[in-house]
Ligand binder design. Sequence first.
Ligand code: UD1
Ligand code: CA
Length: 452
Amino acid sequence: MKITPILLAAGQGTRMKSDLPKVLHPIAGKPMIQHALDSVSHIATETPIVVIGHGAERVTDYLGASARTVRQEPQLGTAHAVMQAESLLRGASDLVLVSYADMPLLRGETVARLVELQQQNRGAMSMLTVFADDPRGFGRIVRDQNGTVEAIVEEYVATPEQLRIRELNVGVYCFDGKWLWDAIQRVEKNPRKGEYYLTDMVELAVKDGLTVQAKVMEDAKEAIGINTRVHLAEVEAEMRKRINEAHMLNGVTLMDPASTYIDSGVSIGRDTLILPNTYLHAGTVIGEGCVIGPNTMIHATKIGNHSKVLMSVLEGAQVGDEVDMGPFARLRKGAKLGDHVHMGNFGEVKDSTLADGVKMGHFSYIGNATIGKNTNIGAGTITCNYDGVKKHPTLIGEDVFIGSDTMLVAPLNIGDRASTGAGAVVTKDVEADTLAVGMPARAIRKKTSSKK
Ligand code: UD1
Ligand code: CA
């Protein structure tokens, strides 16, 4: 059976007051529309269709091959939006699932329940409804004495009696693909707003003598659509709560979930402890038994097992097992730390590999370097990797001892077991098992002011 989702995303999103199309605003580090795509990905047998209008180019660029797009120009309502997909879907999909791109809390399980309901009954359509005390401009579900759904009435045309109805239209429907395309042609332009309303499909099905089924959603929060940045923050908080709870149920300790910010898709092993004020951004993978934070930001970084990261910033890096970092360590793009590496305060590593057991205790900058096993990098060591035009590599062997405040002027090779003296400015290669020292300070005169 062919099942195709259509996501509506053509609306202007004026109330966001943003240059970024509404559906590209991130929630837990992932664009709103990606959450919507994820919610339909399990039931879809065909590539989803996204109806775009405002900000079409940027949305299309984001989607790439993950969805097909159709343009709705001008935007004449939700039924008109669905009509744009007719040429792609008429006769090509048994079921058509319609949802919104601005409803990121909708769960895949909920969508699956709706599709199952439609598959079991095979009426004209099934839809999701929700009971809520604050109806917030939602369409009201009108049922007859037997509880059968008769219509969806939009708020602005509802009678006072209908306004009291607390069962609301979520805006997610599963249509029979054979019935949909002829029926949608019969939707009439709404005289007040000049729009074609998808909600009219319910009355059309009833007129055709076909069943309309409604599935009541258990968690009303799933129906929150985003129109303003106030909604954005509300949904962000709810999404973070969900993500945090899932990690805790997986065996991760969050000392203070309220100040722990974990993006969608981050993976964390069991018995890892996350301390407060920690941000784990998209693409991050953390192993078991680690201690991360407090006050730490990690972006797209992979960390092994039993490592400690204290008050540090890591981005696009790789960290091995039993590494000990911070406070105030910084890993930038392409930093690779092996197992048992120690990196103390105020160090920065970029595009470099530190092999197992490297110690770098204090105040160092390592860029474009490869450092062998168990080498010690003294306090204040700097790889002078940039000559103002090009970056140059530094190669340091195993068991090397780099003295404090050594300047390593790249390109440079330091052999295994070599040493440099404190304050050395190393401009030429140092062979293995060799000591290189430079410029010791000389006494130049007696200080006149000093008292005997
Ligand atoms: C719609 C429903 C209402 C339901 C509510 C739930 C209709 C007529 N009403 O109302 O019953 O309770 O959703 O949120 O359907 N869109 C387009 N093209 C258009 C118009 C809208 O793509 O021409 C998209 C919007 O980008 C948005 C979604 O459809 O994502 C909903 O549109 P919106 O105008 O917000 O509908 P509501 O008035 O909220
Ligand atoms: Ca809306």
